[in-house]
Design a protein around this ligand. Structure first.
Ligand code: NDP
Length: 356
């Protein structure tokens, strides 16, 4: 909500603010109850907060796209309530007292589920999962890719493949959660590197999409027999497994790996909404006898190399080597529906919420 500035304030703030704005009321989600099963609207309240004037070095941003990601379901248990909801967003700079971040440019940052944010990219560059990133010009692609291919999921795929799986051309990579933001990107990197890629996703339509992306085989894990699928899709067994889901399918895939195989444990979405943790087939015999290397990782391990991932993914995007789909939800008031939507598998590719 914009308020008119007085004429005198306007003149003294003109140089620093360019498109100067008056006091802003931000809207934000505050989590007041821990999730039980699926997240619910009643777990949150939406609060208005008047923002102060920005100081030297700071920028004021207005959110255009907010991200909904599986980690949001898993992480909130670690916060003391009430707490502001976490999350990434792509936001337009609407006032600036920082020459490197001019008005009109876009940034991606972990600002949370809120409409407006004041931050100092230099003194607090790392909030949450990603640094405040000045986004490159992405036209003709939408700026929302700053939350997907050219953002945190893209970097998760890039560093997870490069640093944890380090596949060689000709090797076979298996991916679960394959049609999602991270999984669909991992598979395409696998193809760029000359690997055979097989993916598991939750609908036949998603599997068709994966084949359009160049996956060699895609299986609907809800209807396929996983062992049969692995024999068909990976006759030479699996060398690298990018695990987005955990659970029994992961135990089965790890039982079908080659000696010295690598496993990148990225997430375990199959149990995020469960109130009791599942019991799955023991993994240690596969790990020991196949001498597997199993490594969990968080993408913020590579904050100091963030721009490398952005640049490589941007080049691949421009060369047409990485394709994407987005599931766009609409409206700041529909954040919870969007979060529940991805946990139910409504999305192919990255899910984002267009704020207005
Ligand atoms: P996705 O875009 O893949 O969205 C979530 C998808 O998970 C859904 O579309 C759904 O697809 C699938 N899913 C839901 N329930 C289940 C289930 N019971 N079993 C199997 N699949 C299920 O999300 P992201 O790409 O953003 O994230 C993928 C994974 O990577 C998550 O586990 C996330 O926590 C993790 N992650 C980890 C990071 C790290 O730093 N370690 C960073 C970013 C993400 P379907 O229809 O196929 O079931």
């Amino acid at each position: 909500m914009l308020k008119q500035m007085s004429t005198s304030t306007f003149f003294c703030a003109k140089r620093a603010y360019s498109n100067a704005v008056g006091k802003i009321n931000a809207r934000k989600y505050v989590l007041t109850k821990y999730f039980q099963g699926e997240p619910k609207k009643s777990d949150f309240k939406i609060v208005e907060e008047e923002l102060p004037e920005i100081k030297d070095g700071e920028i004021l941003t207005e959110a255009e796209y907010l991200s909904v990601d599986p980690y949001m379901r898993a992480y909130m248990i670690g916060y003391k309530l009430p707490t502001d909801m976490i999350g990434g967003q792509v936001a337009k700079i609407i006032a600036s007292r920082n020459d490197q971040y001019p008005v009109g440019k876009y940034v991606a940052g972990s600002f949370g589920w809120r409409t407006h944010t004041i931050c100092n990219p230099k003194s607090s560059p790392y909030l949450g999962f990603m640094p405040i990133t000045l986004l490159p010009d992405m036209s003709p692609h939408p700026i929302s890719l700053g939350l997907g291919v050219i953002g945190m999921p893209g970097n998760t795929a890039y560093f997870g493949v490069k640093e944890i799986l380090y596949p060689k051309a000709g090797e076979t990579i298996a991916i679960t959660g394959a049609a999602g933001a991270v999984g669909s990107h991992v598979g395409q990197i696998g193809k760029i590197l000359g690997c055979r890629v097989i993916g598991f996703a939750g609908t036949d339509e998603k599997c068709e999409y994966l084949q359009e992306l160049g996956f060699d085989h895609a299986f609907n894990y809800k209807t396929a027999n996983i062992k049969t699928a692995l024999r068909e899709g990976a006759p030479n067994r699996i060398d690298c497994y990018f695990d987005n889901v955990g659970g029994e399918i992961s135990s089965t895939i790890m039982g079908h790996m080659n000696k010295y195989g690598r496993v990148a444990v990225c997430g375990s979405i199959s149990s995020y909404n469960d109130t009791a943790l599942p019991k799955v087939t023991i993994l240690q015999p596969s790990i020991v006898f196949k001498e597997l290397k199993v490594e969990g990782f968080l993408v913020n391990r590579w904050l100091d190399r963030w721009d490398e991932g952005i640049k490589v993914n941007m080049n691949w995007l421009q060369e047409g080597k990485i394709k994407y789909q987005e599931k766009v939800y609409n409206g700041f008031d529909n954040m919870v529906e969007a979060l529940v939507g991805i946990l139910r598998g409504e999305n192919t590719g990255k899910a984002v919420v267009k704020v207005k």
